[in-house]
Design a protein around this ligand. Structure first.
Ligand code: ADP
Ligand code: MG
Length: 683
């Protein structure tokens, strides 16, 4: 059967009901989806060698024949070891496999196959656990072999075979990128690029393919931004008059003195608000620098003048927290909360439909929420100010949805981020915007004592944790995984909670938190932790963004080398949010040289900008697909390091949009932009 892009995956040989389900869980329904499911890394089995030439430690592919094969007794009953001798014209080599007894059946003596793996010297010269396939086929061996994320019981071999088969549908794929760009930049077509990204002939070819995929994202992004930008220039905004006495009164009511940086930023913002052109300002400040209150000052001013403010947060936890903070700071305003699970009008729980009515009646001064705010039916006609917290978590589609409601009028936009984007980069990504920077922390903040904790020091570290709890403080423990079964090696929330409650932290109030919990349960545990009813919160990175519990003084990060530096810095920023001395302990599973360097950078620097730079340097250009978790929803492939390509994309976007009939002559570009804007409700 011929495969088409729209063919469902069940049309592939070997893909039964179960595999269809597993694929669906990965967001893959059709052949087209499968082709867009790109590898997250490659195993380099491209070195094809004769047995006589291989050296210890080498990763190779060997085309050879099975000379002998059998089950070998082992000490452990649970381990089954298949041992074989393979040969080619230059010699013989021992091969072992663990727990794959079926190999005896499928690889009888005389079988010719390609074997790919590393040469191990621990048990004499041995090829350990190699991948195999019929000799010379070189899909799973003998090349740069793509490695994909899996789900359920789907195997890598099956997925890889399926993708390889699907390549036959690629010629159907239309190329949306204007040919003038492709030609001038000497880029492959999208079909070529996808084929190359799955089964690259060489590293050089792979790089070309990735460049094309990155460029597509960046160009699309720039086209959308350029459009918003052009429209905004034609639009007016509501002037929010600066009311100095009110401003002073609000600032005086705060339980602390503003920092100099906060005062400057707040002043810059209220001045922008007082103009009839829409503000587009980015407030950058390291974690804990106090961005929320700056936004609140601006929001309060707008609310006083009977207009609606929307405050968008990337997670429910954060939205709830900010709602509480706003209610506290502005007891005289009506502040509502709207997420998928939590709906409040001031302190009162409310039905969605009731809240929607209150919004329409103008009874809401400030609406705080997640993406849920962007749903149909919510009357945002009185909107004058949009605050987007952790703005890099939102894509261009959400900005579009908030800013492009009215052809003549636009709300002011204040976006905030703790991700340190250098000014030049921010200008490249977001175009002409103004930037305010909070470059100091509130008074009395002490640097967070940070250390890498080797295994032998773990016990005294937990003693310290216990001591902090005894002094009334609270503790975060972060693990990369939820369940032990999730993946090999890394530590899980379930394991660590068990270990701690039986061992070093016995008797303390310990709770877990992770994404698989029901929303209200998550909320309950969060609140319990905030209220001090829980001593130790063992959690995944759901606490990463913005969570503010000033009484927490220790952040323990398990399997620390698995996190990016920016992420570690964000996590560390959950403590040190008061004048109490705070600590961050980094516990690695496996400390190789690079991991050590990266973690040491976190020890040595408390500066997010610096760490972002180091991260780029240490990661190098090699790790091309490390971006999926970076939290830039518009980019899967492109990273912060792609500034030159971003500039190029911007220049093309500006140039092409000058052609009057551009969209008529390039309907596929319009279509692509439309698809991107539909992603507004995705979370
Ligand atoms: P971030 O910039 O990471 O979003 P927050 O706005 O959450 O930081 O502020 C961190 C904590 O510092 C909050 O508990 C907030 O109330 C407090 N805070 C903000 N500004 C000041 C200040 N000038 N002095 C003391 N504490 C402050
Ligand atoms: Mg914040």
């Amino acid at each position: 059967m011929a495969l088409h892009l729209s063919t469902p995956v069940s049309g592939l040989p070997g893909i039964g009901e179960k595999a269809v389900k597993d694929l669906r869980a990965m967001g893959i329904v059709s052949i087209r989806d499968l082709l867009w499911y790109v590898p997250f890394r490659y195993d380099d089995f491209s070195k094809i060698k004769k047995i006589g030439e291989v050296k210890g430690g080498e990763t190779v592919t060997i085309d050879a024949t099975i000379k002998a094969i059998g089950l070998r007794p082992t000490k452990s009953k649970r381990v089954q070891m298949v041992e074989a001798i393979i040969e080619d014209e230059t010699g013989e080599l021992k091969v072992v496999w663990f727990n794959q007894p079926y190999l005896l059946k499928i690889m009888p003596i005389g079988t010719r196959a390609s074997f790919a793996g590393s040469i191990d010297y621990r048990f004499g010269r041995t090829l350990a656990n190699p991948i195999h396939e019929p000799a010379g086929r070189h899909i799973h061996t003998g090349r740069l072999v793509p490695v994909y994320g899996l789900s359920g019981s789907l195997t890598m071999r099956r997925l890889r075979d399926s993708i390889e088969r699907s390549l036959s549908a690629l010629p159907e794929m239309l190329d949306w990128l204007p040919s003038e760009i492709r030609e001038a930049e000497k880029m492959p077509t999208i079909a070529e690029a996808l084929s190359m990204v799955h089964f690259p002939e060489s590293h050089a070819v792979l790089e070309q393919a990735i460049k094309r995929l990155k460029f597509d994202e960046l160009f699309l992004h720039q086209m959308l931004f350029e459009e918003i930008r052009r429209d905004r220039k034609k639009k007016s905004a509501t002037e929010i008059v600066i009311n100095k006495p009110l401003l002073k009164q609000f600032v005086d009511s705060l339980p602390f003195q503003l920092t100099r940086a906060q005062k400057v930023a707040a002043w810059e913002i209220v001045q922008d608000l007082s103009k009839d052109v829409p503000m587009n300002r980015l407030l950058e400040g390291d974690v804990g620098s106090g961005k929320t209150v700056v936004a609140a000052i601006a929001a309060n001013m707008a609310m006083e003048q009977n207009t609606l403010v929307v405050y968008l947060a990337p997670t429910e936890i954060l939205a709830v927290q900010q709602h509480k903070a706003f209610c506290r700071m502005m007891p005289n305003q009506n502040v509502a909360l709207l997420t998928h699970n939590q709906i409040f009008w001031n302190q009162d729980k409310m039905k969605r439909i009731q809240l929607i009515e209150k919004i329409s009646n103008g009874e809401v001064d400030c609406l705080i929420g997640t993406h849920a705010v962007l749903q149909e039916g919510i009357d945002l006609s009185k909107l004058t100010l949009v605050v987007i917290d952790e703005q890099h978590r939102f894509g261009v589609a959400q900005r579009h949805a908030l800013l492009e409601r009215d052809p003549n009028h636009s709300p002011h936009l204040l976006s905030m981020t703790a991700t340190p984007i250098p000014r030049s980069l921010a200008l490249t990504i977001y175009g002409d915007l103004d930037i305010s920077i909070l470059d100091e922390l509130p008074k009395g903040r002490k640097p967070i004592g940070t250390a890498i904790v080797p295994e032998k020091h773990e016990a005294p570290m937990w003693d310290h944790v216990r001591l902090e709890v005894e002094q009334g403080r609270q503790i975060f423990v972060i693990c990369p995984l939820i369940d032990p079964s999730d993946s090999l090696g890394a530590r899980s929330v379930a394991d660590i909670e068990k270990m701690l409650s039986k061992g070093p932290l016995k008797g303390l109030k310990i709770a877990t938190l992770h994404g698989k919990l029901k929303a209200d349960e998550k909320q309950k545990r969060n609140e319990a932790f905030r209220d001090g009813a829980i001593d130790v919160l063992v959690s995944t990175t759901v606490v990463e963004v913005g969570v503010d519990v000033p009484n927490a003084t220790v952040m323990v990060i398990m399997s620390a080398e698995r996190f990016g530096l920016a992420q570690l810095h964000q996590l560390r920023g959950r403590v040190g949010r008061s004048d109490k001395q705070s600590y961050c302990y980094l516990i690695p599973d496996n400390l190789n040289e690079n991991a050590n360097k990266r973690l040491q950078a976190v020890v040595d620097s408390q500066n997010g900008f610096e760490l972002a730079q180091t991260d780029l340097e240490l990661r190098g250009a090699g790790n091309l697909f490390g971006n999926a978790q970076s939290g830039f929803p518009d980019f899967i492939f492109a990273t912060m390091a792609d500034v030159p390509l971003m500039k190029k994309a911007r220049d093309w976007a500006t140039e092409l949009l000058q052609q009057k009939d551009f969209f008529e002559t390039h309907p596929l570009v319009r279509e692509q932009m439309g698809i991107a804007l539909e992603k507004v409700h995705m979370e």
